[in-house]
Every structure is written in structure tokens, then in C-alpha cells.
Design a protein around this ligand. Structure first.
Ligand code: HEC
Ligand code: HEC
Ligand code: HEC
Ligand code: HEC
Ligand code: HEC
Ligand code: HEC
Ligand code: HEC
Ligand code: HEC
Ligand code: HEC
Ligand code: HEC
Ligand code: HEC
Ligand code: HEC
Ligand code: HEC
Ligand code: HEC
Length: 376
């Protein structure tokens, strides 16, 4: 066959009849690809010859390349869609059967990719993130590339949605890395008892978490138990901090001198409760603030059995001050009976006797008869 001798341009050295039968050169009926250096397996068997053996035409002479083809690596012919992430050995995961069946896919080491799967993400199915082809790019700079905004826009600041990663990790959304310091930079500082209050007590409203419009004034969350008891001029409805702090309700401070009754002396050591909360006969406490009498006798029993009453009122401060019951403001010489001469050293009780009248014992100060002879 002189005409055909040059057909393969000496790239094939075996005798023509190894591959060609008598009938025709085409197809090369005796050729079996299994005897080539690169046996065809799997899906390669269905690939048209020309895809691996391209035909070129030079000076009207066509030539099909059968030898001198690189084949040691799959990547000699297949582009690496993984951009080299998994190294050159495609066979460690793939075979000619299919690129979509991958050896050991169930324990595929995702950390070889640009995106490591951590914590809860390890439980997520591949399809949830790889909607179509695994090798299609998947945005993953921010959590919100994949997660919808659970908080319906509450964390949009200056038009930008704060990424979930500012407060959450892949460990789970039920916990948060949001710190007390961050909280205190927001509209409401966490102090005192609020530090020990679980987040949900303030933020969970009907199943959903809520971080806005939950109120920031004490009275937004706490019932104003003093409604109707304290004159509003002493505090604004919303601000209980005139008296309270978030540590303990009983820890009260108030400038009492604003009222008609300054708190001094022994009263300063008393709790507000001692004067403003009283138990009834059933033991139930009732508060009273407005309409209280500033008179000592409003709270203290008149030890003197009304001897010093004028028009039904005894002004205790005429003789006492608010520090001690020992008399302070009293000058005997302003009474109708001056204590002078020998009388100055006579003990009070020598003239002011303890008397009992209708079962009540008291010291008699109002001595009606001041003549010498009434005593001498
Ligand atoms: C190792 C196998 C092999 C050997 C040896 C071989 N050929 Fe081929 N030859 C082929 C194959 C395969 C084709 C392409 C057949 C096809 O297109 O179906 C081919 C094609 C041809 C064609 C072109 C047929 C056409 O109609 O396009 C000619 C001519 C030819 N060979 C001649 C020769 C000659 C002459 C020799 C010996 C000097 C030879 N071949 C040796 C495998 C071989
Ligand atoms: C998936 C790629 C691929 C396909 C498809 C393919 N081949 Fe090959 N073929 C190769 C490789 C690789 C070699 C080895 C090249 C070398 O030895 O340099 C080869 C070698 C050959 C050789 C030379 C054998 C020798 O002994 O020198 C012939 C002839 C050949 N193929 C014919 C065919 C024919 C005919 C088909 C279609 C039925 C075909 N090939 C399909 C990849 C392929
Ligand atoms: C010599 C070139 C060549 C080599 C080497 C080669 N292939 Fe192919 N392979 C092809 C061609 C050409 C196709 C046809 C698909 C196409 O049109 O791209 C193909 C198709 C496939 C297909 C089926 C089509 C698909 O995309 O799903 C698989 C699977 C495949 N090759 C796996 C491999 C594996 C695994 C290796 C390494 C062991 C390998 N191939 C080595 C050329 C090659
Ligand atoms: C560490 C394992 C691993 C290695 C090594 C690896 N791949 Fe893959 N490859 C995969 C996985 C996983 C898929 C996705 C399979 C699927 O579709 O479910 C894939 C898919 C593919 C696909 C199909 C892409 C698509 O979008 O349909 C091609 C092509 C591919 N690989 C080529 C290669 C080539 C070429 C190499 C070698 C350079 C290689 N792979 C090495 C794991 C690997
Ligand atoms: C939580 C989301 C998520 C899950 C679940 C996930 N992946 Fe991925 N995967 C990604 C991201 C993000 C990338 C990086 C994509 C990029 O760079 O564009 C990636 C990359 C890959 C790549 C490399 C793609 C390439 O470019 O070649 C492969 C392969 C892959 N993943 C396979 C898997 C397999 C197999 C599973 C299931 C076992 C899986 N992934 C589960 C998010 C995920
Ligand atoms: C400014 C901080 C912050 C940001 C930003 C943030 N979260 Fe939250 N998220 C929280 C807090 C605090 C909770 C209540 C968590 C707890 O203590 O259980 C929460 C709760 C959740 C819950 C409910 C968990 C449960 O109780 O079942 C989901 C789901 C959630 N976040 C998803 C997201 C997603 C998705 C993003 C991003 C779009 C995001 N979060 C952004 C602070 C934040
Ligand atoms: C590439 C997409 C993707 C990215 C990026 C991504 N996730 Fe996911 N994540 C998912 C998918 C898909 C699921 C499973 C479906 C679901 O629960 O929403 C999931 C599930 C989770 C879960 C488990 C949900 C549960 O209810 O237990 C947590 C927690 C989580 N992601 C946190 C994060 C955090 C935090 C970030 C940012 C640091 C992040 N994810 C980034 C895709 C992503
Ligand atoms: C957003 C709602 C909210 C706001 C605003 C708020 N609190 Fe609270 N506070 C709570 C919750 C919830 C608790 C824990 C449950 C409880 O004891 O009522 C609590 C507990 C307390 C306690 C401890 C009660 C106890 O019995 O130990 C005090 C004291 C307190 N708050 C005072 C204040 C003061 C003072 C303000 C204003 C500066 C204030 N709170 C503002 C919700 C709030
Ligand atoms: C003018 C001072 C004052 C203001 C303002 C004030 N409180 Fe009080 N509150 C008190 C005093 C005094 C007590 C008793 C404290 C004690 O136990 O010693 C008290 C006790 C309480 C108690 C505990 C009651 C109990 O039985 O132990 C609560 C709850 C309370 N206040 C809520 C509020 C709220 C809510 C506001 C704001 C709307 C507010 N208070 C404003 C003075 C005030
Ligand atoms: C020793 C008794 C006593 C103690 C202790 C005391 N108060 Fe008073 N408080 C009074 C008297 C008496 C009045 C009435 C004064 C007046 O008419 O203005 C009064 C009036 C008030 C009023 C004005 C009520 C109104 O609506 O007119 C407030 C508010 C008040 N007290 C708060 C407190 C707080 C807070 C404390 C603790 C820090 C406290 N008080 C401790 C005796 C006391
Ligand atoms: C709103 C009620 C209230 C008023 C008004 C009041 N006190 Fe008191 N006072 C008390 C209470 C309660 C105590 C402590 C309990 C006790 O010792 O009786 C107390 C204690 C005292 C004490 C020290 C305790 C003792 O018995 O030694 C003196 C002194 C005192 N008061 C003087 C006065 C004087 C003086 C006035 C008039 C300026 C006055 N109080 C007005 C409620 C009041
Ligand atoms: C005219 C002067 C005067 C007036 C007004 C007065 N007291 Fe006295 N009080 C005295 C004298 C004197 C003593 C005895 C003081 C002493 O021994 O140091 C005294 C003692 C007391 C004692 C102490 C008793 C004891 O056993 O230690 C009490 C309590 C007391 N007075 C309450 C009152 C009350 C309450 C009022 C107003 C309702 C009042 N006093 C009004 C003069 C007065
Ligand atoms: C020698 C007798 C005598 C002695 C001692 C005496 N008193 Fe008197 N005291 C009187 C007489 C008499 C009156 C009546 C004067 C009057 O009604 O104005 C009186 C009145 C008072 C009154 C009533 C004043 C009033 O405004 O109603 C007080 C209080 C009093 N004495 C306290 C004292 C005290 C305290 C002492 C001791 C330091 C004392 N007395 C010692 C004789 C005495
Ligand atoms: C309310 C009773 C009372 C009246 C009124 C009274 N005294 Fe006295 N007087 C006494 C008492 C008690 C003593 C002390 C006597 C004693 O220790 O026994 C005393 C002592 C004296 C002494 C000193 C006596 C001695 O032994 O040291 C003289 C002097 C005195 N009185 C004079 C008078 C004169 C003068 C008057 C009338 C201007 C008067 N008294 C009114 C109760 C009174």
C-alpha cells in the first residue's frame, strides 16, 4: 500500500495489518484500544476518538494524532475545577466512572476547600450550600450570604445590616458572644439585678426575640406600685431612679428635705419602710406617702397624756428636737414657775410626780397650784 504508507507519518511503527483488515482502512477493525498505553475505562469508552485524537490538516493533508499524547494525569486533559485546592492527584477522589461520584465523599475533608465546615455546619447536607454544581462558587464572606436576617432588620445600623458573626458563631444561634460591654454601649445599661436577669426576661416576647421597642424606662417594664400614693411632683412617671436603682427595690435614696419633714437624728437611720409602709391587722403591708402628718405626734405616742395640748394639738418640738426625747428646747423659767434659789437643785421628780389616772401612768407637769404653801 504505497499510497497509504505515509498516512500515520511514522507515528505508528507496528505493521499495518495489526490494525487494518483487508476490507477498509476505516474503521481500523483489528485495533483494540486495550493494547494501547492508555486503556479506555468507564465513560472514556463512550467518548468519540477525535476528542482525544484530534485531526489537523496541513497542505490539504489531514493527520490524526494517535501517539505522543500526555495522559499520566487526568489533568492532562481535564481542567481542574478546584483550582488546585486538592492537589494534582484527581484519582484519589475520582475515577473514569464519573466526576460526580467521589470516593469517600461521606468523610470528605471540607477544610481543604476555601471554607472550613465548623461546628453545626458539619451537620448540614452538601446540597443546602451547594445548590447546583459543587464547584460553582458559593458566596461565604459573611453569614448573611447564606442566612436570612432572623432579626427582621433590628440590627441595621446606618443602613448596613450587622453580620450575624458580630454576635453568633457556628456553635449555634441559641448562644451569643454579645458582651455586657457591648450592651452597655447601647440604649440601656445592664446594672445591678439586671446583670443576673436572664436575657429572655427582657427580650423574648411571644416566642420571638425582640431587641427594639421593649422600653428603656423602669416603668416600661415594672409596675408603678406607687401610683396614687406619691405626689407626681416628686418623680416623673417614667423615671423611678429618683429613688431606686436597679440593684434592689429596698435600696432607696431620696432627698427628703424637699418635703415638709426633714429627716435628721435618729430618723436618718430608719428605712423608708419604717415610716411609709404599715401592716394592717391582717399583717398586710400598705404604703402611705402623700397626706402624712409631719407632726411628731402623728407617729409617736404622746407620753404626757395630752397635758401640753392646745386646741387638740401638741407641738412636741416646743420641748424636744428630732434627735432625742431628752428635752432640748425647754426653759423652765418661761413657765409660770421660775426655778430659782434653792429650787434650782431640786430634782424634777420631787415636784413632778408620777401619777396614775384611768390606768394610765404619766408624769404630772401641769401643776396648777404654784403657791409656796401648796408644797411647803
Ligand atoms: C495501531 C493500529 C494501526 C496501525 C498499525 C496502522 N493504522 Fe492506519 N489507522 C488506524 C486507525 C485507528 C485509523 C483511523 C480509523 C478511523 O478513522 O476509523 C487509521 C486510519 C488509516 C487510514 C485512513 C483511513 C480513512 O479512510 O480516513 C489509512 C490510509 C491508514 N490508516 C493506513 C495505514 C497504513 C498504511 C498502515 C501501515 C503502514 C497503518 N495504517 C497502520 C490504526 C492503525
Ligand atoms: C479518552 C481519550 C481517548 C479516547 C476517547 C481514545 N483514545 Fe486512543 N489513545 C488515547 C491515549 C492517551 C493513547 C496513548 C497515546 C500514546 O501512546 O502516546 C491512545 C492511543 C491510541 C492509539 C495508538 C496505539 C498504539 O499502540 O500506538 C490508537 C491507534 C488509538 N488510540 C485509537 C483510538 C480510537 C480508534 C479511538 C476511538 C474508538 C480512541 N483511540 C479513543 C486516548 C484516547
Ligand atoms: C488524554 C486525555 C484524557 C485523559 C488523560 C483523561 N481523560 Fe477523561 N475524558 C477525556 C475527554 C476528551 C472526555 C470527554 C468529555 C469532554 O468532552 O470533555 C473525557 C471524559 C471523562 C469523563 C466523563 C465525562 C464527564 O465530564 O463526566 C470522566 C468521568 C473522565 N473523563 C474521567 C477521567 C479521569 C478520572 C481521568 C484520570 C484517570 C481522565 N478522565 C483522564 C480525556 C481524558
Ligand atoms: C479531595 C477530593 C477531590 C480531588 C482530589 C479532586 N476532586 Fe474533583 N470533585 C470533588 C468533589 C467532592 C466533587 C463534587 C462531586 C459532586 O458533584 O457531587 C468534584 C467534582 C469534580 C468535577 C465536576 C464539576 C462539576 O461542576 O460538575 C470535575 C470536572 C472534577 N471534580 C475534576 C477534578 C480534577 C480534574 C481533579 C484533579 C485535578 C479533581 N477533580 C480532584 C472532589 C475532588
Ligand atoms: C455550610 C455550607 C456548606 C456545606 C454544608 C458544604 N459546603 Fe462545600 N463549600 C462551601 C463553601 C462556602 C465553599 C467555597 C466555595 C467558593 O470558594 O466559592 C465550598 C467548597 C467546596 C468544594 C470546593 C469547590 C471547588 O471550588 O472545587 C467542594 C468540593 C465542596 N465544597 C464539597 C462539599 C461536600 C462534598 C459537602 C458535603 C459533605 C459540602 N461541600 C458541604 C460551603 C459548604
Ligand atoms: C447584635 C447582636 C446580634 C446580631 C448581629 C445577630 N443576632 Fe441573632 N441573636 C442575638 C441574641 C442576643 C439572641 C438571643 C440569643 C440567646 O441568648 O439565646 C439572638 C437569637 C437568635 C436566634 C434565635 C435562637 C433561639 O433562641 O432559638 C436566631 C435564629 C438568630 N439569632 C439568628 C441570627 C442571624 C441569622 C443573624 C444574622 C442575620 C443574627 N442572629 C444576628 C443577637 C444578635
Ligand atoms: C455558605 C453558606 C453559609 C454561610 C456562609 C454560613 N452558613 Fe450557617 N448554615 C448554612 C446552612 C445552609 C445551614 C443549614 C440550614 C439552616 O439551618 O439555616 C446553616 C446552619 C447554621 C447553623 C445551625 C442552625 C441551627 O438551627 O442549629 C448555625 C449556628 C450557623 N449556620 C451559623 C452560621 C454563622 C454564625 C455564620 C457566619 C459566621 C454562618 N453560619 C455562615 C449555610 C451557611
Ligand atoms: C426592658 C425591661 C426593664 C427595664 C427597662 C427595667 N427593668 Fe428592672 N427588671 C426587669 C426584669 C425582667 C427583671 C427581673 C424580673 C423581676 O424581678 O421583675 C428586673 C429586675 C429588677 C430589679 C430586681 C428585682 C428583684 O426582685 O430582685 C430591680 C431592683 C429593678 N429591676 C429595677 C429597675 C429600675 C430601677 C429600672 C429603671 C432604671 C429598671 N429596673 C428598668 C426588666 C426591666
Ligand atoms: C420618691 C421615691 C420613690 C419613687 C420615685 C419610686 N419609689 Fe418605689 N419605693 C419607694 C420606697 C420608699 C419603697 C420601699 C423601699 C423599702 O422596702 O424600704 C419602694 C418600693 C418599691 C417596690 C418594692 C415594693 C415592696 O413591697 O417591696 C417596687 C416594686 C417599687 N418601689 C417600684 C417603683 C417603680 C416602678 C417606680 C417608678 C415608676 C418607683 N418605685 C418609684 C420609693 C419610691
Ligand atoms: C421618720 C419617718 C420617715 C422616714 C424614715 C421617711 N419618711 Fe418620707 N415622709 C415622712 C413624713 C412625715 C412625710 C410627710 C411630709 C410632708 O407632708 O411633706 C414624708 C413624705 C415623703 C414623701 C412625699 C409624699 C407626697 O406625695 O407628698 C416622699 C416621696 C417620701 N416621704 C419619701 C421617703 C423616702 C424615699 C424615704 C427613705 C429614703 C423616706 N421618705 C423616709 C416621714 C418619713
Ligand atoms: C411619720 C412618722 C414619724 C414622725 C412624723 C416622727 N417620727 Fe420619730 N420615729 C418614727 C419611727 C418609726 C421611729 C423609730 C421607731 C421608734 O423608735 O418608735 C422614730 C424614732 C424617733 C426617735 C428615736 C427613737 C427613740 O424612741 O428614742 C426620736 C427621738 C424621734 N423619733 C423623735 C421624733 C420627733 C421629735 C418627731 C417630730 C419632729 C418625730 N420623731 C416625728 C416615726 C416618726
Ligand atoms: C412642754 C414640754 C414638752 C412637750 C410639749 C412635750 N414633752 Fe415630752 N417630755 C418633756 C419632758 C420634760 C420630758 C422628760 C425629759 C427628761 O426626763 O429628760 C419628756 C419626755 C418625753 C419622752 C421620754 C419618756 C421616757 O420615758 O424617757 C417621750 C417619748 C416624749 N416626751 C414624747 C413627747 C411627745 C410625743 C410629745 C408631743 C406629743 C412631747 N413629748 C411633748 C417635755 C415635753
Ligand atoms: C420646785 C418645784 C419644781 C421643780 C424642781 C421643777 N418643776 Fe417643773 N414645774 C413646776 C411648777 C410649779 C410648774 C407649773 C408652771 C406652769 O404651769 O406654768 C412646772 C411646770 C413644768 C413644765 C410644764 C411647762 C408647760 O409649759 O406647761 C415642765 C415641762 C416642767 N415643769 C419640767 C421640769 C423639769 C424638766 C424639771 C427638772 C429639770 C422641773 N420641771 C423641775 C415646779 C417644779
Ligand atoms: C410645787 C411644789 C413647791 C412649791 C410651789 C414651792 N416649793 Fe419650795 N420646795 C419644794 C421642794 C420639793 C423642795 C425640796 C425640799 C426637800 O428636799 O424636801 C423645796 C425646797 C425649798 C426650799 C429649800 C429648803 C431646804 O430645806 O433646803 C426653800 C427655801 C423653798 N423651797 C422655798 C419656797 C418658797 C418661798 C416657795 C414659794 C415662793 C416655794 N418654795 C414653792 C417644792 C415646792
Amino acid at each position: 500500500m504505497p499510497c497509504h504508507a505515509d498516512y500515520h507519518q511514522k507515528t505508528i511503527t507496528a505493521p499495518c495489518e495489526n490494525c487494518h483488515g483487508d476490507a477498509a482502512f476505516k474503521p481500523a477493525s483489528k485495533f483494540n484500544h486495550a493494547s494501547a498505553k492508555f486503556p479506555l475505562q468507564g465513560l472514556h469508552e463512550t467518548v468519540p476518538c477525535v476528542k482525544c485524537h484530534p485531526v489537523t490538516v496541513t497542505n490539504n493533508v489531514s493527520f490524526q494524532k494517535f501517539t505522543g499524547i500526555q495522559y499520566k494525569q487526568c489533568s492532562n486533559c481535564h481542567a481542574d475545577p478546584h483550582h488546585g485546592q486538592f492537589g494534582p492527584n484527581c484519582m484519589s477522589c475520582h475515577s473514569e466512572a464519573s466526576f460526580h461520584t467521589v470516593k469517600g465523599i461521606s468523610n470528605f475533608d471540607h477544610s481543604k476547600t476555601r471554607y472550613a465546615l465548623e461546628n453545626k455546619h458539619q451537620l448540614v447536607s452538601c446540597k443546602s450550600c451547594h445548590k447546583n454544581n459543587v464547584t460553582d462558587p458559593v458566596k461565604h464572606e459573611r453569614c448573611i450570604d447564606c442566612h436570612t436576617d432572623y432579626h427582621y432588620g433590628q440590627f441595621i445600623k446606618q443602613g448596613v445590616l450587622t453580620d450575624c458573626s458580630a454576635c453568633h458563631s457556628t456553635k449555634g444561634f441559641t448562644s451569643t458572644s454579645f458582651t455586657i460591654e457591648q450592651h452597655n454601649a447601647a440604649n440601656f445599661k445592664l446594672q445591678g439585678a439586671h446583670l443576673a436577669t436572664p436575657c429572655f426576661a427582657c427580650h423574648k416576647k411571644q416566642e420571638k426575640w425582640s431587641f427594639r421597642q421593649i422600653g428603656i424606662h423602669c416603668a416600661d417594664c415594672h409596675k408603678d406600685i406607687h401610683e396614687g400614693f406619691i405626689n407626681k411632683k416628686y418623680y416623673s412617671e417614667t423615671n423611678c431612679t429618683i429613688c431606686h436603682n436597679p440593684s434592689r427595690w429596698g435600696d432607696v435614696s431620696f432627698d427628703h428635705s424637699q418635703t415638709q419633714f426633714a429627716i435628721t437624728g435618729p430618723h436618718a437611720t430608719l428605712s423608708c419602710r419604717a415610716c411609709h409602709f404599715k401592716k394592717d391587722s391582717l399583717g398586710t403591708e400598705h404604703q402611705q406617702f402623700a397626706g402624712m402628718s409631719a407632726n411628731c405626734s402623728g407617729c409617736h405616742k404622746d407620753n404626757h397624756h395630752r397635758q401640753f395640748e392646745t386646741n387638740g394639738i401638741t407641738d412636741c418640738l416646743r420641748c424636744h428636737n428630732a434627735s432625742i426625747w431628752k428635752i432640748a428646747n425647754f426653759d423652765h423659767n418661761k413657765t409660770a414657775f421660775k426655778l430659782d434659789g434653792k429650787h434650782q437643785n431640786v430634782p424634777c421628780a420631787k415636784c413632778h410626780k408620777t401619777v396614775t389616772e384611768q390606768n394610765i401612768t404619766y408624769v404630772l407637769y401641769k401643776i396648777k397650784d404654784t403657791r409656796c404653801e401648796s408644797c411647803h
